[in-house]
Design a protein around this ligand. Structure first.
Ligand code: GAR
Length: 256
């Protein structure tokens, strides 16, 4: 099972996912912050890593990779619905959801006088720390805990829980025949990109694919569009020929 990890900062959960990868492989780490410390950690561990500030750019990268699972690990942006619907996405959060979603979850629990908190791994949708809960670990609040001390104890559990949840999902996929939802949904998949080169490489990779214009973007789909203009890319075309066709579409806006 191929996993892509999204980070914004330190990346300790990402590191734990990489070091404990068993039954899954970390295909790439993407950070929306170019200076995220986690990028250096991933690089040092020999994992392909990339920085991409925009969510559109991240979506294009995903569409290029088509991972079976996307793991948000301290990724501090909300993913748009088209991404969470197209890919299986997991997130880890430092509270027992649905309590204390959002920013500063550990501080929220302490300010609320909670006697215990913990961490949650859940499937992510386009809400803030919402989606089906997969696993939780509870951590007692100790007398005199500050948000730093409590966060540190919760983090130890995060590092155990996240790889376990990903291994569980990998086993579930393998039991179902090894095809991830992103792969199973391929025929319905639509890829959007503003760059003709990316459109061509996606189309060439898909085998039979159709490319049409939608505003300033190209939409690539396995399904034939119902109305022209569009161009078809077929197996054997290769990226070069696909690019020629895509450029022809951009120039003439006529079907081919
Ligand atoms: C972790 O505690 C994670 O649960 C939290 O950010 C931290 C990232 O640390 N995520 C959220 O609060 C998401 N809402 P890391 O970069 O060392 O993994």
């Amino acid at each position: 099972m191929r996993v892509c990890v999204l980070i914004s900062g330190r990346g300790s959960n990402m590191e734990s996912l990489i070091r404990n990868a068993d039954g899954y492989t970390i295909e790439a780490v993407i950070s929306n912050k170019p200076d995220a410390a986690g990028l250096r950690v991933a690089d040092g561990l020999g994992v392909r890593c990339m920085a991409e500030p925009s969510l559109d750019g991240i979506r294009d990268m995903m569409d290029g990779m088509r991972p079976d699972l996307v793991c948000m690990a301290g990724f501090m942006r909300i993913l748009p619905a088209d991404l969470t619907e197209r890919y299986r996405v997991m997130n880890i959060h430092p509270s027992l959801l649905p309590q204390y979603p959002g920013l500063r979850a550990v501080e929220q629990a302490l300010n609320d006088g909670a006697t215990s908190s913990g961490c949650t791994v859940h499937f992510a949708d386009s809400g803030v720390d919402t989606g089906k809960i997969i696993a939780q670990a509870a951590v007692q609040v100790a007398p005199g805990d500050t948000s730093d001390t409590l966060a540190a104890r919760i983090l130890e559990w995060e590092h155990r829980l996240y790889p376990e949840a990903v291994r569980w999902y990998a086993a579930r996929l393998a039991a179902e025949g090894g095809e991830g939802p992103a792969v199973r949904g391929r025929d319905r998949q639509m890829i959007r990109t503003a760059e003709p080169e990316r459109a061509a490489s996606h189309a060439a990779e898909m085998g039979v694919a159709y490319v049409r214009r939608d505003g300033d973007s190209y939409m690539i789909s396995a399904e034939k569009p119902t109305v022209p203009p569009y161009v078809a890319v077929v197996p054997g075309d290769g990226v070069g020929l696909a690019l020629e066709r895509v450029r022809r579409l951009a120039a003439t806006d006529g079907s081919a």
